[in-house]
Ligand binder design. Structure first.
Ligand code: F6R
Length: 260
């Protein structure tokens, strides 16, 4: 795993934007498929990418997007739906073609079938080149809560009460937060050719410690990153604060070999 520790969340977001920009530029006009996350963690990186689009001509014209997850019961127009989130935070600010931005349908009558359809759609599109991830305080990536198989495919999930409470800040009340979601599975996420996780703030410190230094287990599904051959984790100092080998990771960061 490559670990980047930056002083602030904004500094960490610049590193994330750098990796996403590199994936687009390295494709050199060929199609690129990004897997994108919602929530608070990636917002500053999306803002930075939108700035680079405006100021530096970074183009998303060849990019296809598959979102990580969606709440069951919410239509793509719902203010808290993840389909709307990505439209507002990125799609409408850059030259992404909305027809190439895919999200599970939360308002389907059959979420199990929708999950299977979505998983197949990712495969049919040739898989995901770079998957951006956040991590929940429970250790979830996507909405793969404790106890989820590390081989799981896109599936219907039940959120933990902790995640419902954490995400209630986006809703009028806790009772408005959907209990179920459709999420890419851990196995689906692991098939992406590159994983890029951002975590900031002290409330993520334990999840970050487990992700990087804990044993691989379904208790912390983010530990699946340890099994991926190209996983990058970007954190701010607060999120890094519980790492046993913090000084070593900083040492690596300061002496990063140039990649050819
Ligand atoms: C979002 C997602 C979740 C979030 C996680 C962290 O699409 O799948 O795993 O990344 O809940 O959320 P924030 O960034 O709001 O702390």
């Amino acid at each position: 795993m490559e670990i980047y520790i930056r002083p602030t969340a904004d500094d960490a977001s610049v590193v994330v934007a750098d990796h996403i920009e590199a994936a687009i530029r390295e494709a050199d006009g060929d199609p690129v498929t990004l897997g994108l996350a919602t929530g608070s963690s990636p917002i500053a990186a999306y803002d930075e990418l939108a700035r680079r689009h405006l100021d530096e001509g970074l183009s998303f014209a060849n990019v296809t997007v598959f979102m990580l997850d969606e709440y069951v019961g919410l239509s793509p127009e719902h203010p808290q739906s993840y389909a709307r989130f990505i439209r507002e935070h990125l799609v409408e600010k850059v030259d992404l073609d909305p027809a190439k931005v895919f999200c599970p349908r939360g308002d389907t009558g059959d979420p199990v079938a929708e999950a299977a359809r979505y998983d197949a759609a990712i495969k049919d599109a040739g898989g995901i080149d770079l998957q951006l991830l956040g991590v929940g305080a429970t250790g979830h990536i996507g909405f793969n809560e404790p106890g989820t198989s590390l081989a799981s495919r896109t599936h219907l999930v039940t959120l933990t009460p902790k995640t419902i409470a954490d995400n209630s800040r986006f809703f009028d009340s806790k009772d408005d937060v959907p209990i179920h979601a459709i999420s890419q599975g851990v196995g689906t996420i692991r098939e992406a050719r590159k994983l890029l996780l951002i975590a900031t703030g002290e409330n993520k410190a334990e999840a970050v410690r487990q992700t990087i230094e804990g044993g691989v287990s379904a208790r912390w599904t983010s530990t699946a990153l340890q099994l991926h051959e190209d996983a990058t984790i970007v954190v701010d100092s607060s999120a890094a604060s519980k790492l046993d080998y913090l000084d070593y990771y900083r040492f690596i960061d300061a002496n990063r070999p140039e990649k050819k």
